[in-house]
Design a protein around this ligand. Structure first.
Ligand code: NAD
Length: 297
């Protein structure tokens, strides 16, 4: 079992750190928020006074932070200067591809192995240990990361070189965002045309418009399997996080010279939705704006 420094114990990181402790790893945890640290202690982790202290004698550092700027500052200001040379660094945050490649290159310059390993799956998957990890980095580093990530997830997939995990994550989510918007539009149109929602679901779920957004996460309450729609669109994957990922994808597309008109349209719609103070609602709640029952601001 490994000594693991876990930095960033929020909605996702809290559950992930708990699963590492449950698997028998010695987890030394750090977060800027005292309440998050207290929850980690209750879940079997040891509290560290700083990110540098957590990383001090670690075999492995795992970070789960809000954005690229936080990741760069935690590694540059705390981890690189304190971690043993043999340690493996794993960043599970969703961040821009350029920052992921920069921090991996800086780690390599210091002789440290690093992977980017963003996740698919929300807060329930983080606490349930059923995340999917998409991993970017050298083969050796992936082989070392795989057993640690497996304690927190159901699938760990090597996507390619440094930054490839982040690339896979935003490409997945640009498809997801556009598919959710299209699913919401279709169901809203079906209702306006007088179709019963359940009847339309029974047809579409067995026809060519079937998708994960429809049959695993239906945006209508009472239709399909239980989803955030059945809980007032609370919990699940916040619209603000979908907007964050769409912005990352659109920016990466700009850098790569790729055309993403559907992703850009989904991004504009999620921006309008979030501007209406609905950032904490699940991303499927965008149906409330698209069906005309609740107007965009
Ligand atoms: P969160 O805001 O709940 O947690 C982030 C934590 O990081 C907070 O507890 C914060 O105090 C801490 N933090 C910030 N800066 C820090 C620093 N410099 N040092 C130490 N701690 C610091 O966010 P989350 O929902 O847990 O998301 C974390 C990452 O996972 C994000 O990149 C997000 O895009 C990604 N993600 C989230 C979900 C989801 O459903 N929430 C799903 C997939 C991926």
């Amino acid at each position: 079992m490994a000594r693991i420094a876990f930095i960033g114990l929020g909605n996702m990181g809290g559950g992930m750190a708990a699963n590492l402790a449950k698997a028998g790893h010695a987890v030394r945890a750090f977060d800027l928020a005292d309440a998050a640290l207290a929850r980690a202690e209750e879940a079997g982790c040891t509290r560290a006074a700083s990110a540098a202290e957590a990383a001090g004698d670690a075999d492995c550092v795992v970070t789960m932070l809000p954005a690229g700027r936080a990741v760069l500052s935690v590694y540059r200001d705390a981890v690189f200067g304190s971690v043993p040379a043999s340690a493996l660094l794993i960043d599970c945050s969703t961040i821009d591809v350029a920052s992921a490649r920069t921090v991996a290159a800086e780690a390599a310059e210091k002789g440290l192995a690093m992977v980017d390993a963003p996740v698919s799956g929300g807060i329930a998957a983080a606490s349930g240990g059923t995340l999917t990890f998409m991993v970017g980095g050298e083969g050796d580093a992936f082989a070392r990361a795989e057993p640690i990530l497996s304690a927190m997830g159901k699938a760990v997939i090597h996507a390619g070189a440094a930054g490839a995990g982040q690339a896979a994550k935003i490409c997945n989510n640009i498809i997801l965002g556009a598919t959710m918007v299209a699913t919401c539009e279709g169901f809203a149109l079906a209702e306006k045309l007088g179709l019963d929602p359940q009847t339309f679901y029974d047809i579409a779920s067995k026809a060519t418009s079937q998708s994960w957004s429809m049959t695993s996460y239906c945006p209508l309450p009472g239709v399909g399997p239980t989803s955030p729609a059945d809980n007032g669109y609370k919990g699940g994957f916040a619209a603000a996080l979908m907007l964050k990922d769409l912005k990352l994808a659109i920016a990466a597309a700009g850098d790569a010279g790729a055309s993403v008109p559907m992703g850009a349209a989904a991004g504009a719609l999620y921006q309008a939705f979030v501007n209406g103070d609905r950032d904490n609602l699940d991303f499927s709640a965008i149906i409330q704006m698209l069906d005309g029952k609740q107007q965009a601001n």
